[in-house]
Design a protein. Structure first.
Length: 118
């Protein structure tokens, strides 16, 4: 599975950004995709995820501000980030949980930097 992310950048507090992540690869069965983030000196944490059934879950810190969605035809997942705060500053990683014969595994994109200034 190859994951290509885009949409990171710099924004002032209160602003918005949208991240996109497109998956590619043959014989791939993805059951869940999402975004994680890692700030300097902190562990990587789940931001939001969406399952193949459409079930979404969010970190408490982004609930009500971030929205995850998907376009199955384009194999793309989006993360709309509104009301951004300086504490949202981190490298954001696209993630996919996928089955490639004959095992399920986690796959990661290269990361995209989001910087929110106060």
């Amino acid at each position: 599975v190859q994951l290509q992310a885009s949409g990171g950048g710099s924004v002032q507090a209160g602003g918005s950004l949208r991240l996109s992540c497109t998956s590619s690869g043959r014989s791939v069965n993805i059951d869940r995709m999402g975004w994680y983030r890692q700030a300097p000196g902190r562990q990587r944490e789940l931001v939001a995820a969406i399952s193949v059934a459409g079930t979404m879950n969010y970190a408490d810190s982004v609930q009500g501000r971030f929205t995850i969605s998907r376009d199955s035809a384009k194999n793309t997942v989006y993360l709309q980030m509104n009301s951004l705060k300086p504490e949202d500053t981190a490298v954001y990683y696209c993630h996919a949980h996928a089955y490639i014969p004959f095992t399920w595994d986690d796959y990661w994109g290269p990361g995209t930097l989001v910087t929110v200034s106060s």
